[in-house]
Design a protein around this ligand. Structure first.
Ligand SMILES: NC(=O)c1ccc[n+]([C@@H]2O[C@H](COP(=O)([O-])OP(=O)(O)OC[C@H]3O[C@@H](n4cnc5c(N)ncnc54)[C@H](OP(=O)(O)O)[C@@H]3O)[C@@H](O)[C@H]2O)c1
Length: 279
């Protein structure tokens, strides 16, 4: 099995393709994740709120894969953003995951109380200093919030902002900001919740390479500088297809056609969590 390309920005060594686990129940994780690992996935994306960290931990422990070959991300839920609560919640996550530390720890949504984001960022930085995680980062932060977090933590401290990004949501302005600060863009919802599976342009492009629309959609993401993608599936055939991306590359003309599919369409926009978006 060829090793998967990794992203090195800000010291990360994160495989460009991860296995997303949102909406996967514990039982589903127990059946699909071993398949995914045997297919070569080495980057797993979970979160406290997904309620499946324990199943991820179980599968990882039973996989026999060396710890340093795996990249595990989890995310702190917004109800644990008070500094003491944050540390305790990460310790609970580690117990569930059966790990001494995760590879990447994210703040799941930018939802802060009256004292703002700095106390939470400070607590996040402490988790890294005390070895609970190798890297720290953000998720769903808009431009102003990203700038504020980078300015508070210092350049090079945060590794990524995990945001919704796919062919139907171009994220042009936020992408420029992430690039300026050398932050990896981890693309969540990279298949636009399966809507891209039916896109005729992606199928037409894929036919030149013997690939499907979702494979083209994922390949387009990971060919970009400092972009990782974390598609989710409960279907072993889809898991296999989604990692079969490393033996073809898109032409510039095809990349431009995919970029032109942008329609500013967002699938993840919860009223109680989402910041004002920039697009
Ligand atoms: N940070 C955040 O706030 C946040 C928010 C949302 C998501 N995420 C992360 O991003 C991951 C992915 O997001 P998502 O699951 O919402 O959306 P997604 O990956 O864009 O789409 C998943 C959907 O696509 C289908 N699918 C996957 N591969 C396919 C293929 N090859 N052919 C046809 N259908 C395919 C899946 O169905 P099947 O099961 O039938 O394959 C599922 O319905 C999550 O698991 C999570 O880790 C993070």
């Amino acid at each position: 099995m060829d090793p998967m390309p990794t992203l090195a920005a800000n010291g990360l060594n994160m495989p460009v393709l991860g296995f997303g686990t949102f909406r996967l129940e514990m039982e589903t994780v127990r059946s699909i994740l071993p398949e995914a690992l045997s297919l070569g996935y080495r980057h797993i994306d979970t979160a406290q709120i997904y309620g499946n960290e324990a199943a991820v931990g179980e599968v990882v422990a039973e996989s026999g894969i060396a710890r340093d070959e795996l990249f595990v991300t989890t995310k702190v839920w917004v109800d644990s953003f008070q500094p003491e609560a944050l540390t305790a919640s990460v310790e609970r996550s580690l117990q569930h995951l059966r790990l001494d530390r995760v590879d990447l720890l994210l703040l799941h949504w930018p939802v802060f109380g009256s004292s703002g984001m700095n106390p939470t960022l400070e607590a996040l930085m402490r988790t890294k200093a005390s070895g609970l995680t190798r890297h720290i980062g953000l998720s769903n932060f808009n431009i102003a919030q990203t700038e504020q977090a980078v300015s508070f933590c210092g350049e090079g401290t945060l590794a990524t902002n995990q945001i919704e990004y796919h062919a139907y949501l171009g994220q042009h302005r936020l992408r420029r900001v992430l690039g300026r600060h050398n932050l990896v863009l981890t693309a969540h919802t990279p298949l636009a919740r399966a809507e891209l599976v039916n896109d005729p342009v992606l199928w037409e492009i894929g036919s030149q390479y013997g690939k499907t629309a979702p494979q083209v959609a994922l390949r387009w993401l990971i060919e970009q500088d400092r972009v990782a993608a974390i598609p989710a599936t409960s279907n072993p055939h889809h898991a296999k297809a989604n990692i079969d991306l490393f033996k073809f590359s898109l032409s510039q003309e095809d990349r431009d056609r995919i970029a032109a599919l942008d329609r500013g369409k967002r699938f993840v926009d919860p009223d109680d969590l989402a910041p004002p978006w920039d697009d």
